[in-house]
Design a protein around this ligand. Structure first.
Ligand code: MOS
Length: 753
């Protein structure tokens, strides 16, 4: 990777807390989300979903539905028209989780699988018709069990994800050992914006308004599955009401909408209902993890072994990758991670905020707490003494790792040294306190990106990039970079994203969108600036006529001789030259699979949590959270803080509330609504004290920026369950913590023990 070391000593805008430039559009309701798009002649599609979890469709009776008011068409496996499967994914292109196109055949593999779709003049008519389609099934036995470890596991066989040394030997001879199984339920992404697709079709070309975290991939997949060239498909996602990973890759409804539009030759809108969102647009799978730790008497880790199994769907493989962080977070000569898949009759699982590391660290950081107890050692201390010098999984030096400082800073801000280790030993205002902590980490990476910056005669700039804003501030951070480079104010910078016809940009995922666009946008702005200086020096009536463009500079939106004060605004320069606009395109490479990569890139952090416990009424509350994050330079600390706070809130939900429950009789996810699938809300979360260490990671990109989308969630659930144990004496290893788990707390009695 190029070693661009444009260290920003001073910037009027980078690192400055900046409100979202798209905020006014959203708060006034004028931002166009995907399902807001409307067309003359728009028809509405509503899918019919399978009411069995395994079997074969023996008959579909559409006779009643077809005669219902407003109904335009009813489609099923027999008449939807051609759809194709994609070739295997390469890099970050052509990714689709559920490989089978919708309605491909008569086999049903999960409850909620689409089996037909009705299209009508109104959404109510479409829904009524979809519900009137009579589908009969030949049922076969299904399996939606969440017992994973120790049950027969289908092919592929468990694989070794990370291995060094010999854990079996080290565990056998360890001075201190810990061995436990940690269980996580299925979790469902619940962005407030429902998944939706508005498909317009004309002369073989598709314009698709999608809820997509990756418009370029969505275009490529849809083109391949519809069987048309990529230039015949345009995917647009101007705004997203979040996605949490559920909107990374295309789901079957998108193909249904496009097929219906093609068949009827008119625009079709399909909005996935909240209930269907628990069935057919992904989820974090149920996961069992056995963690074994060995340490010598001083607390130095001698072995880490993690064996996990996650469920996947009947047809496709989704590996949660729970060992992502296990190989490098702590120093240990012996490490083994194995991963296995258990096939279940469930919809296809997918990435959910912090896939791999978030569940993995729930288990590892819980196990570290349990080991610290056995060692009678402070849990912060246990982590500090196991700090590695380098990435022991690859041998690479860390590009920028400040985990120790996260731990010590967090401990100090939280007041950790006042902690007394005895269970139930801390009280305040009649409440029992529990204090727990956990470390966290998440990958730091960048992918390929391209962007173009234009400088206009009216004194404005325009930047385009085929990435999208998931809602976290991508529009704003890109505008900040152009402002940084040109000196134009933010309100003169237009940012255009969310369109697959723009220069290809990164996915809004993996926490790498920001880090990826940095080099491309800076380079584009520099090239546009250079082109402006060429205009200034090379046009007839220019005040800089006769100067070389190298003698000029663009500062604060004006051109001047280097170091001089007399400046001419860029608008004036272009006006004099009668040039409408100049532009520059930047292009940058990714870190993935780059053989020249010399560093281990990761972000780090630590969470300190206080819970309050009232044994008399079994009332548990999270009362205080201190989080310290080491994630490179914060380009926009306001948006970044907001990201971490949101992730920590999600962590409270993961620890205490979130679980998708499958009815074992029908195989249906039964709490498929926002009343019964409980997520953390304001009343569940205290003020979250977020600190950024703000060490720039210049090996990753010229601004030293990493990403903060996911790291804030990693470790939170363990910090909470560790605190729950400190307060109650109950070690919950089966998320979420339920009141029932705590009813046997020997609390009061143990306080004096
Ligand atoms: Mo995230 S799960 O990479 O959208």
């Amino acid at each position: 990777m190029e070693q661009a070391q444009e260290q920003i000593k001073e910037s009027k805008i980078i690192g400055v807390p900046t409100s979202r430039i798209d905020g006014p559009l959203k708060t006034t309701g004028t931002a166009m989300y995907s399902s807001d798009h409307h067309f003359l002649n728009l028809a509405y599609a509503w899918p019919t979903t399978a009411t069995v979890a395994s079997g074969t469709i023996s008959n579909i009776d559409t006779s009643v539905a077809e005669k219902m008011p407003g109904v335009l068409a009813v489609y099923h496996h027999g008449n939807l028209g051609p759809l194709y499967r994609t070739p295997p994914a390469a890099g970050f292109s052509m990714i689709v989780d559920e490989k089978r196109p919708p309605l491909e055949d008569t086999t049903v593999r999960y409850y909620g699988q689409y089996v037909a779709v009705a299209v009508a003049q109104t959404v109510e008519q479409a829904r009524a018709a979809a519900e009137a389609i009579k589908v009969t099934y030949a049922k076969t036995p299904h399996n939606t069990s969440d017992k994973l470890l120790g049950t027969p596991i289908s092919e592929p066989k468990p694989k070794e994800a990370t291995k060094r040394g010999d854990t079996t030997k080290a565990l056998a001879s360890a001075a201190v050992k810990h061995d436990a199984v940690y269980v996580m339920p299925t979790e469902t992404h619940n962005p407030i914006e429902l998944h939706a697709s508005v498909a317009a079709y004309k002369d073989g070309k598709y314009t698709l308004y999608e809820t997509s975290q990756a418009v370029v991939n969505h275009r490529d997949v849809l083109a391949a599955m519809l069987g048309v060239p990529p230039e015949n498909v345009q995917v647009i996602t101007r705004f997203l009401g979040s996605g949490f990973g559920g909107k990374l890759w295309p789901w079957p409804h998108s193909l249904l909408a496009a097929s219906c539009a093609r068949n009827l030759n008119r625009p079709v809108k399909l909005v996935v209902s909240r209930s269907m969102m628990f069935q057919s647009v992904g989820h974090r799978p149920a996961i069992d993890q056995r963690v074994q730790l060995a340490a010598d008497a001083s607390g130095k880790l001698t072995a880490i072994q993690q064996d996990y199994v996650n469920h996947t769907s009947i047809q496709d493989d989704y590996d949660e990758g729970c060992g992502e962080a296990t190989g490098f977070l702590y120093s240990s000569p012996n490490v083994l991670v194995t991963g296995g898949l258990a096939r279940r009759n469930v919809g296809m699982p997918t990435a959910m905020r912090g896939p791999g590391a978030v569940p993995g660290l729930y288990a590892l950081e819980s196990a570290m707490d349990e080991l610290a107890l056995k060692l009678k050692m402070d849990p912060v201390q246990l982590r500090l003494i196991n700090e590695p010098e380098k990435d022991e999984s690859t041998g690479q030096p860390f590009s920028s790792r400040h985990l120790k400082e996260c731990l010590t800073t967090g401990a100090e801000k939280f007041g950790w040294n006042e902690r007394t280790p005895g269970i139930g030993s801390m009280q305040r205002d009649g409440l029992t306190l529990g204090w727990g902590m956990a470390a966290c980490t998440w990958i730091a990476a960048r992918s390929e990106a391209e962007a173009t910056v234009e400088l206009h005669q009216d004194g404005s700039a325009r930047v385009i990039c085929g990435t999208q804003d998931i809602g976290t501030g991508t529009y704003t951070v890109i505008a900040q970079m152009v402002a940084h480079e040109t000196g134009l104010p933010l309100n003169k910078i237009e940012v255009v994203l969310g369109d697959s016809s723009l220069p290809p940009g990164p996915i809004s995922g993996g926490s790498w969108a920001t880090a990826s666009v940095v080099p491309a946008v800076l380079q584009a702005a520099q090239k546009a600036g250079k082109s402006l200086l060429d205009v200034a020096s090379g046009t007839v009536d220019s005040p800089f006529k006769g100067k070389k463009s190298e003698e000029l500079e663009l500062v604060d939106g004006s051109v001047r001789l280097k170091g001089q004060t007399n400046a001419v605004s860029l608008a004036e320069v272009l006006k004099i030259a009668k040039v409408k606009a100049v532009s520059g395109t930047g292009k940058s490479e990714g870190t993935f699979g780059n053989p020249a990569l010399k560093y281990s890139f990761h972000s780090y952090g630590a969470h300190f949590v206080e819970v309050t416990w009232q044994p008399e009424i079994a009332r548990l509350r999270v009362s205080r959270i201190v989080t310290v994050i080491d994630a490179g330079r914060m380009l926009n600390p306001k948006a970044a803080r907001n990201q971490i706070e949101g992730a920590v809130v999600m962590g409270v939900g993961m620890a205490l509330f979130e679980a998708t429950e499958y009815d074992q009789r029908s195989g249906a996810p039964i709490n498929s609504n926002l009343a019964d699938y409980v997520v953390a809300v304001n009343a569940d979360t205290p003020t979250i004290d977020v600190t950024f260490l703000d060490y720039p990671d210049y090996n990753l990109n010229p601004l030293g920026a990493r990403g903060v989308g996911e790291i804030g969630l990693a470790g939170v659930a363990a910090a909470i369950t560790n605190a729950v144990h400190h307060a109650t004496g109950i070690r919950v290893r089966n998320l979420p913590v339920r009141i029932e788990d705590l009813l046997t707390s020997p609390n009061g009695k143990l306080a004096s023990a």
